[in-house]
Design a protein around this ligand. Sequence first.
Ligand SMILES: CCCCCCCCC/C=C/C(=O)SCCNC(=O)CCNC(=O)[C@H](O)C(C)(C)COP(=O)(O)OP(=O)(O)OC[C@H]1O[C@@H](n2cnc3c(N)ncnc32)[C@H](O)[C@@H]1OP(=O)(O)O
Length: 302
Amino acid sequence: MALAVGMRVLTRALLRPWARGLRVAPGRTGPAAGGGDGMRCFGSPRVLVEPDPAAGVAVVKMRNPPVNSLSLEFLTELLISLEKLENDKTFHGIILTSDCPGIFSAGLDLTEMCGRKPEHYVEYWKAVQETWLRFYLSNLVVIAAINGVSPAGGCLLSLTCDYRVLANNPKYTIGLNETLLGIVAPFWFKDTMVNTIGHRATERALQLGLLFPPAEALRVGVVDQVVPEDQVQSTARSVMAQWLAIPDHARQLTKTLMRKPTADRLLTERDADIQTFVRFICRDSVQKSLHAYLEKLKQKKG
Ligand SMILES: CCCCCCCCC/C=C/C(=O)SCCNC(=O)CCNC(=O)[C@H](O)C(C)(C)COP(=O)(O)OP(=O)(O)OC[C@H]1O[C@@H](n2cnc3c(N)ncnc32)[C@H](O)[C@@H]1OP(=O)(O)O
């Protein structure tokens, strides 16, 4: 498909400067998680991929401690892993989960958006856009096994998936809480949420910066299933089997049909969106809010 090919070329071009110096980590030996045929785990320092070739599935574990914040390097590694799996005909689905106990992802890395130069903000925002586009439109079935708290960008990442399973732990809240930080969720964050839970629920959730605990997240539809913590991975696997039983080309085309109009909106306004982000993030008032928020996080410990 022209769009997919175009995006791939774009990704490669975008990734090249960031990817320089990144080395793929040597795989752990032994059978893949889920009883695969012994194919080695692979990945990079911040992303561990556990392949199960027999099932056509790979578990992608985010491991950017302490909180899986979506830094530029981490996003780059995630994209490289996704591209590698998409290019390997063995795989039809991935389960996206976390290797950091209690945290799925703390969202965008606040240090990438604070006290940096405008050129850095441009580079960072391109990576955030690219990650959203690539995950949102991936031909693979992508299931989020959400085993921790998932605010803002962490929630967005899970919303790009085809299905979300959340561990039933009251601490594991999920939502787009940007307004609480004095910032605004961009239109494509909002569109992704609208496509998932509808306009009215999104309007309320975004303005109030709601972080939903599991029962509430299920009720409003931010997640598809809430299960005991020790069943998140096994549930994600059974759901995956159900999705993989559908003829792949029909499922892929249907996914594109559903998601392309939303993705196209960003694709046509990509540069303008970068400019909007940079203008917004460079404002003194926004920088002050973000600094204050980061300080509050740091002081929590002391
Ligand atoms: C018009 C439109 C224009 C466009 C307008 C712009 C649009 C931008 C959209 C933004 C989207 C986002 O995702 S913004 C990010 C939103 N994210 C959040 O609000 C989550 C903030 N974090 C938390 O609430 C908590 O850290 C939480 C994840 C629950 C984990 O709590 P814990 O007690 O386990 O851990 P903590 O002690 O808090 O954190 C451990 C360390 O990690 C750091 N840390 C925590 N979250 C971090 C983060 N997101 N980025 C960087 N660093 C983070 C802390 O400062 C600590 O650093 P040390 O003290 O040094 O160890």
